[in-house]
Design a binder for this molecule. Structure first.
Ligand code: ADP
Length: 654
């Protein structure tokens, strides 16, 4: 049959290039990737055979075989799993269909160290074979099909697919034509060691077979021998599982190379019996913010793989978790549809969420207050290199925005989530917890104060914060868009209300100021009332109200939202996303203590015309808008007006 060469999809080319050229330090991982795929293929067929037992034919036992052909320098990994038809070979091995690939490829920079780390997080799967082989041939027959296919590639120019001359056995055989410098992978002892190290957790038996060179009588290892333990890792007693085995299992289920941040492994017995082994990743998956992303927990029933990504098994805000749940109670022939409304699944979901949050809370507690601390050094997957264990705060920096979705979605665990949540704060550089905040509250302070915006640095200098900072009141800086959603829904923590500094009237006068006491510039000052009245008239429809401010200290003006209204930032957010037609009207607050405002008040009260007062009022409103990052209705007018005033100020200084 005619064999035509097809090019790889563009992203495959990039990935292959980097795999081949930079990943050579740990070339042996190609074997665990191929074994991992073989194991998944067996899982898939075992599940299908529950409803179609005829697919198993005369081969009901699953197995993975590694064959070393010493004479021809070939290494083959063969499974009798689901197999692939022609279309699947082209789709699965000619493109990278996994979600997040585009993002991943975009982030590749060509810098070796950087790219290596990225690949570590992504996992390269099948393509890792090209690290050790200059030609890979895949022979596959899908279970139940009567035609077999041969896929071949040199990993550079593309790949070709043709029909197999003879009908191959069920499943897939991946044969590597080893490179000159990859001799080591023909050594049976080396292969055994690699399998023990990386793939011992695989639940199917892995066999090794050696075909000696023709005429070689010395090699006596050619009998087929099982080289792994062959039982599902999660069913083994915890004390018999090493950290390395856990980590390798995590790499297998999560398709990554990073170190897990946390792990829960437990068995429930009683009215329901089941086991869970779950991992929280240490670094953010590429597609974490992709709404299509599903969690990576696989559901098994009595050791048989049933399905993965089942929405009902885990709340959405835990979509970074991966692992295995194995139930003794569900029927084997359960369908995805029935699982969606299943009481057993619902109960498991509650327990899983609680156990994961407990583990995260424990990690948070170990870290103490929330400041990043040096953790104990642990070996990384990158052999030989010691890496610092991530602190909870460091982990939260990456995953916090997702976990916070749970604060409003998951009422049952709300309290726990608020306990572990971490925030930027005016009190210090690192992150703080709400309990830290409460412990530092000033006498007479009745609320947890916060301000929201995009950039913590910019927020620290915001005018609305001035009075709070002057009184030594800590302010939380809410910088994740999701904060806008849970804050209004939650309202309080430990009965203390959350209060936004950009909304309503915030009166901190009951809290003693840190510095020398200041005379409260009375809002009943008649001159000030004149100014307020005049500004209201000039600004008219452009503002909701003009009033003296209690929150300002150094800045002359700021914008705030109404007490019962939406926070400024939420409104802007909805407006930017076209959820709101226009921004609502703001309240302009003026600072009675500011020299400019005092001077303006004098002028407003002295009975003169003072047309410049009206221009100044408009200028100040625009300045308050700029600080909030809100658009100016007429930027040109603002610039000209600014120019005039600055010129006058220069003149006055002469
Ligand atoms: P991943 O396993 O992370 O999805 P790979 O590049 O390793 O990525 O494999 C791509 C796809 O090819 C797999 O998702 C699977 O559908 C298919 N595949 C790979 N190896 C096998 C195999 N031995 N048997 C059946 N399908 C396979």
């Amino acid at each position: 049959m005619l064999e035509t060469l097809q090019p790889f999809a563009a992203e495959v080319g990039r990935v292959l290039d980097i795999v081949v050229n930079s990943l050579y330090r740990h070339r042996e991982i190609f074997l665990r990737e191929l074994i991992s795929n073989a194991s998944d293929a067996c899982d898939k067929l075992r599940y299908l055979s529950l409803s179609q037992p005829e697919l198993l034919g005369d081969q009901p036992e699953f197995a993975i075989d590694i064959v070393l052909d010493l004479g021809r320098r070939l290494l083959t990994v063969r499974d009798n799993g689901i197999g692939m038809n022609r279309e699947e070979l082209v789709d699965n091995l000619g493109t990278i269909a996994r979600s997040g690939t585009a993002r991943f490829v975009q982030e590749l920079t060509g810098d070796r160290k950087h790219d290596l780390d990225l690949i570590g997080q992504f996992g390269v799967g099948f393509y890792s074979a090209f690290m050790v082989a200059d030609r890979v041939v895949v022979v596959s027959r899908r279970a139940g099909d009567e035609r077999g296919w041969v896929w071949a590639s040199d990993g550079r120019s593309g790949f070709a697919v043709r029909e197999a001359d003879e009908l191959p056995p069920r499943g897939t055989a991946v044969t590597l034509y080893l490179k000159q410098d990859a001799e080591e992978f023909l050594d049976p002892w080396r292969i055994r060691r690699i399998v023990r190290e990386y793939s011992d957790h695989i639940a199917f038996p892995i066999f090794l077979e050696v075909v000696p060179k023709p005429g070689d009588t010395k090699t006596n290892l050619h009998e087929r021998q099982q080289i792994n333990t062959g039982s599902a890792l999660w069913t083994r007693p915890k004390n018999e599982i090493s950290e390395e085995q856990y980590r390798e299992f995590y790499h297998h289920v999560a398709h990554t190379f990073d170190d897990p941040f946390a792990r829960v492994h437990f068995t429930v017995e009683g009215t329901m019996s089941w086991t869970a082994l779950l991992f929280v990743p240490g670094s953010r998956p590429f597609d974490l913010f992709d709404p299509r992303r599903r969690h990576g927990v696989r559901l098994y029933v009595r050791r048989v793989f049933i399905t993965d990504g089942l929405e009902e098994l885990l709340p959405r805000y835990l979509r970074f978790v991966s692992g295995v749940v194995d139930s003794d109670d569900l029927p084997l022939n359960v369908s995805r549809e029935t699982l969606q409304h299943n009481a057993v699944v619902a109960r498991m979901r509650r327990t899983l969420a609680r156990r994961i949050l407990d583990e995260l809370a424990e990690r948070a507690r170990q870290d103490g207050g929330g400041e990043a601390k040096e953790g104990a050094a642990a070996d990384s997957a990158d052999a030989g290199e010691a890496v610092r264990r991530k602190s909870f705060s460091e982990w939260w920096e990456e995953f916090g925005p997702i976990v916070k979705e749970g604060i409003w979605e998951d009422e049952e665990n709300r309290e726990k989530l608020l306990q572990i949540a971490r925030f930027s704060s005016t009190a210090r550089d690192g992150l703080v917890s709400l309990d830290d905040y409460i412990a530092r509250m000033k006498p007479n302070q009745k609320a947890i104060y916060y301000i929201s915006g995009d950039d913590p640095k910019a927020l620290r200098g915001h005018p609305q914060l001035e009075q709070a900072l002057a009184r030594g009141v800590e302010v939380l800086l809410m910088t994740d868009p999701v904060d806008e959603f849970w804050l209004p829904a939650v309202g309080t923590y430990r009965d203390i209300p959350f209060v936004s500094l950009t909304r309503g009237e915030v009166d901190l006068s009951a809290i003693a100021a840190d510095g020398p006491a200041e005379s409260e510039a009375g809002s009943d000052d008649p001159a000030l009332s004149c100014l307020v009245a005049r500004m209201k008239k000039v600004l008219g429809e452009a503002v909701k109200d003009v009033r003296p401010s209690k929150r300002l200290r150094e800045s002359p003006v700021c914008l705030v939202a109404e007490a019962g209204g939406m926070d400024l930032r939420l409104e802007r957010f909805l407006w930017q996303h076209a959820q709101l037609k226009e921004l609502g009207k703001r309240i302009l607050e003026i600072n009675p203590r500011h020299e400019l405002i005092r001077r303006m008040a004098e002028l407003a009260a002295d009975g003169g015309e003072h047309p410049e007062l009206d221009e100044l009022a408009r200028l100040l409103l625009d300045q308050a808008r700029i600080v909030e990052g809100e658009p100016l209705p007429d930027p040109g007018a603002w610039l000209r007006s600014m120019g005039r005033f600055l010129a006058r100020a220069l003149d006055a200084g002469r």
